[in-house]
Design a binder for this molecule. Structure first.
Ligand SMILES: [Ca+2]
Length: 246
């Protein structure tokens, strides 16, 4: 069943709530547009908590083809990087098949391993399917690259470009997007919360004014384009996120 998470918004200043009405998906586990898009600002207490949970200077180790990614360099040929340990370590991959083969055996939770296995099993059918649909529809279906039980952020809209992918742990983790190499700060443009429960928060760290945060609901929720999500201080959430709590 599609779980809808409702947030109670405290009656504080600078609340920007964009009500997006979408038809709920009827089938179980069927991805669909995120429920309510909630963009708000953190209270000073929440802000202190988030800042204490992340340190942008504390870079995570990232590996590609068995070698550590040089923090000063690029992802080289990698298209996606996936968190493979609770300490934040990432493995980067050139293709989804390569990623899912690794994750099916080495992902840090049983659900994450199962999600990768399911993606591998579904791959031939999905590929056939994509050749039969219009290119635009195929592009929109790229969210399927983010396997079941994971949370994904993409650099571009419509689930394209580079992707960061996190598994679901027993408790939520917070990561500064500056911890990745190269930094993913101010880059996220689309997202998929491919799990039934526990939404995701994105934060934008600001100096001198309260930090905005964006709540992405659980329940297989798709957010295809952050340019369509209003940002508290004007403009959109595109290329704003500095940290993620998943
Ligand atoms: Ca930012």
């Amino acid at each position: 069943m599609r779980i809808r998470t409702l947030l109670t918004i405290a009656a504080i200043g600078s609340v920007a709530l964009t009500g997006v009405t979408v038809a709920p998906s009827m089938a179980a586990d069927e991805p669909g547009p995120g429920p309510e898009i909630v963009s708000d600002v953190l209270t000073p207490e929440e802000e202190a908590q988030v800042h204490a949970a992340v340190d942008p200077a504390d870079k995570v180790d990232m590996y590609y083809k068995g070698e550590k990614v040089d923090p000063a360099s690029d992802w080289k040929g990698a298209n996606m990087c996936v968190e493979v340990s609770e300490d934040g370590t990432m493995q980067c991959f050139g293709s989804d098949t390569e990623a899912n083969k690794f994750l099916a055996a080495h992902a840090p939770t049983a659900a994450a391993r199962a999600g990768a296995k399911r993606a591998l099993a579904a791959k031939p059918a999905a590929t056939q399917n994509v050749t039969m649909v219009a290119p635009q529809e195929a592009a929109i279906q790229r969210y399927q690259d983010c396997p079941s039980s994971y949370v994904c952020l993409w650099q571009n809209s419509n689930y394209s470009g580079r992707r960061l992918q996190w598994p679901t742990y027993d408790t939520a983790k917070t990561r500064h997007l500056d911890q990745y190499s190269p930094s993913f700060r101010d880059k996220a443009s689309s997202a998929f919360v491919n799990r039934p429960q526990r939404g995701v928060e994105l934060y934008d760290f600001r100096s001198g004014i309260p930090d905005p945060h964006l709540f992405l609901g659980a329940g297989y929720s798709l957010y295809s384009n952050f340019t369509s999500i209003d940002y508290t201080y004007g403009g959109s959430w595109n290329d704003k996120a500095d940290a993620i709590k998943f």
